[in-house]
Design a protein around this ligand. Structure first.
Ligand code: MN
Length: 749
């Protein structure tokens, strides 16, 4: 238990060959069968390449490589990882290349070594939290093969273990980097053991006083703690045996940094922290986990609010266990974590547990919980099930950040961009002003074209100029991020209105013609205005400008124009049908208007409101065929066409004064007309005529009778009638009067 507390490592000068043989022994006794000849060849290559290089402690440099490989072996990594770990510094620190490694150990090992080299080259400077998170993501994204980051962690672990030999500055900066980058990555990968060790190693340089205070305090309490722990352990183990549960119990003192953080976060001193120790109870099955939990709660009083079930709800890094805190004897609280062996492996080694156990002879199944939050881990597990071991490694790609790329600004800021991003995206992400005044870009010190695709870890530098011409339209196609394109469009919108209008108009016209739409039709006011309004443009120029700078696609406008044209066409059709329906009504309306203009029921062609009078010679009534005579100063005089005066004048110079007139449609007036009744004179004739007229309600104005000789009497009657029909009826009735010979109208030729 005491070995959980770290003490300064004192390393006597190491003989690399002995160290390597010890590693081989470990591998030989380990769960994986490996090609020891190949591993030895890697060692020989590394030893040769690093020959003459020394560690700060005076040991040959290769001892570091063996140590890193040793940690990888402890972690349970595979043969390629061990080989790559032995060679992990040769590309960086010796003349050997990727090709040299690939030739001897295959491209996979060479790729891994190159990956570790890239991580090593990333320059670290402490940043605010968001930057740190980006940096962590960048490192993971750069480790396309997960073994790269695992070897990097092993490398860092050994460097931290041997940090005593470095200068205080380097101790501090490396410790900070470890605390902020590598420990969180180990945590993310579920590697609890590595995380703790990295944290404690870092703390010892970052706050030596705080670290040693806790270590000393723990050491002074150690006898007491150990007593307490062994008595608790015995109690629990006896009880579990009684209950017939197969369980292994480990007691441990919590790691220094977790105690430190608790003191710091809660601003308390160490005497106030009670639960310094924790137990793990590891069982064979999930039901046993809950059985044990019940038994522990039966034995000790649980602390309220401290029970956590990460079995039913695993942590994002796949961690599963049941946690509880109980009060032991003497009132000392302690934590108990209950889990199965599978869960234990995952908790200790995280992602690496899958090598450690899956590849062993007795392959154990990995319990799969709710891993939705870590999709890439889930995919890892899936690929594990589907393929054999070698495929599994081959498929091990970290694509958690596959849709992102992380690059550096010259100042060392990490900039997060979409995968496939170019210097244009980078420039606009820094500031739209940088993008708009960009005249060139450098990546890792070399000038690159604007469509250069950025890679993780690239250092990107943008050259700008006040007299830069501004973005080109091609950039819209090159930029990968929506925000860069938006900023480029904004620039065009603002800076190039006239140009945009011309360009937009020609784009619109081209597209219209292409779609078979006449430009004139489309730009007709009734068509284009609703299109403009629909998209909130105030003028056709605005609309064309928007098309020109790419604010709206021309196809959208053309589609809208087509809709409007169709709408207009169907409205026109409707209107035709409506017109037909309304024509009759319109005629009636026109007629009514004409009637309104009629004077005494007479319409005079070409003349409105002229004076109209009815001739005495022929006294026309509605229904008579009539003509008008333009008198001198008396207006128009209306005659029947059969009037004797009309007939006579046709041969005279006055004939030109006749004009066309007609009766209005709805005549309500009555008209005076005169008829002449010829009859054989007899007594009572006039009375008979009067009686008939009276019987038919004729409105008589005057009636005169006179003897014209030869026994004939002429009776002249002037009466009011509405129409020719009235008159004809009256005349026919008069004919029926005894001795009447004829009934004629006056003026008749
Ligand atoms: Mn190294």
């Amino acid at each position: 238990m005491a070995d959980q507390i770290l003490t300064k490592q004192t390393i006597p000068p190491i003989d690399p060959d002995l160290q390597f043989e010890a590693l081989l022994d470990k591998i030989r006794n380990g769960p994986h069968k490996m090609d020891l000849v190949r591993i030895r060849a890697a060692y020989e290559m590394a030893k040769e390449a690093h020959s003459g290089q020394k560690r700060k402690d005076g040991s040959p440099y290769v001892t570091h490589c063996i140590a890193a490989a040793d940690i990888c072996c402890d972690t349970g990594l595979d043969e390629d990882s061990i080989v790559a770990a032995l060679l992990h510094d040769v590309i960086e620190d010796t003349p050997l290349t990727h090709a040299d490694i690939a030739k001897k150990f295959g491209p996979q090992v060479a790729d891994i070594v190159e990956g570790v080299t890239k991580l090593t080259r990333v320059q670290y400077t402490s940043k605010e939290d968001e930057q740190m998170e980006n940096l962590r993501k960048m490192l993971m994204a750069m480790s396309k093969d997960i073994r790269v980051i695992l070897i990097k962690i092993a490398d860092r672990m050994h460097n931290m273990r041997t940090m005593d030999y470095q200068s205080p500055d380097k101790q501090r900066s490396k410790s900070l980097e470890t605390m902020e980058i590598y420990a969180p990555i180990a945590h993310r990968l579920g590697m609890q053991r590595a995380k703790w060790e990295l944290e404690d190693l870092s703390l010892q340089y970052l706050d030596p006083e705080g670290y040693h205070e806790i270590v000393n305090n723990l050491q002074s309490k150690m006898p007491q703690l150990e007593n307490f722990m062994s008595s608790m352990e015995k109690k629990m183990s006896d009880r579990l045996k009684e209950e017939g549960i197969q369980a292994t119990i480990y007691g441990r003192i919590k790691h220094v940094y977790s105690i430190y953080r608790k003191m710091y976060a809660q601003k308390i001193d160490m005497s106030s922290i009670f639960d310094l120790c924790a137990f793990r109870i590891i069982v064979d099955s999930i039901p046993d986990c809950y059985n044990v939990l019940g038994i522990i709660h039966d034995m000790f009083k649980p602390v309220p609010g401290r029970f956590k079930d990460y079995i039913s709800t695993p942590k994002p890094n796949m961690y599963q266990s049941v946690h509880t805190t109980v009060i032991g004897s003497e009132g000392i609280p302690f934590e108990v974590q209950i889990r199965t062996w599978d869960m234990h492996a995952t908790a200790e080694y995280g992602i690496a547990a899958h090598w450690k156990y899956k590849l062993g002879d007795g392959a154990s199944t990995v319990h799969q919980g709710d891993e939705d939050k870590f999709a890439w881990v889930r995919r890892l597990l899936e690929s594990q099930q589907e393929s054999d071991a070698s495929d599994f490694f081959h498929n091990l790609k970290i694509d958690m950040f596959g849709d992102e790329v992380f690059v550096f600004s010259p100042k060392g800021d990490v900039v997060n961009l979409p995968a496939g991003a170019t210097p244009i995206d980078f420039a606009y992400t820094i500031h739209s002003h940088v993008g708009n005044s960009m005249i060139g870009a450098k990546v890792n010190g070399s000038i690159v074209p604007y469509d250069h695709v950025l890679q993780n870890g690239d250092i990107v530098e943008i050259r700008t100029s006040k007299s830069a011409p501004g973005p080109s339209r091609d950039w819209l196609n090159i930029a990968k991020s929506g925000s860069a394109r938006t900023k480029i469009k904004q620039w065009f919108k603002k800076e190039r209105r006239e140009e945009n209008i011309i360009r937009g108009r020609s784009m619109l016209e081209d597209e219209l013609r292409h779609s078979g739409i006449s430009v004139d039709d489309a730009l007709a006011e009734e068509i284009i205005t609703p299109v403009m309004k629909r998209h909130s443009y105030n003028s056709v120029d605005d609309l064309c400008a928007a098309i020109g700078y790419g604010g709206i696609t021309v196809s959208r406008i053309v589609n809208r124009v087509r809709d409007e044209l169709q709408k207009a066409a169907s409205e026109k059709e409707k209107k035709t049908a409506y017109d037909k329906m309304s024509q009759a009504a319109e005629r009636r309306e026109q007629q009514a208007q004409r009637n309104a203009k009629a004077i005494h029921g007479i319409l005079v062609e070409g003349l409105d409101n002229c004076l109209v009078k009815f001739s005495r010679c022929c006294t026309p009534v509605p229904g008579d065929d009539i003509v008008g005579f333009i008198t001198r100063g008396q207006g128009v005089s209306i005659h029947r066409r059969d009037c004797i005066n009309y007939q006579k004048s046709l041969d005279t110079e006055e004939q030109g004064r006749w004009i066309h007139v007609s009766w209005a449609d709805n005549i309500t007036d009555t008209y005076l007309t005169t008829i002449v009744i010829a009859a054989k004179d007899r007594s009572g004739l006039v009375l008979d005529i009067a009686t008939i007229l009276n019987s038919i309600n004729a409105k008589v104005r005057s009636l005169t009778a006179r003897d014209v000789g030869y026994g004939t009497a002429l009776t002249t009657v002037t009466l009011e009638v509405r129409s020719i029909q009235d008159l004809r009826y009256i005349m026919s009735r008069l004919l029926s009067v005894p001795s009447v010979q004829s009934v004629k109208r006056n003026g008749q030729a």
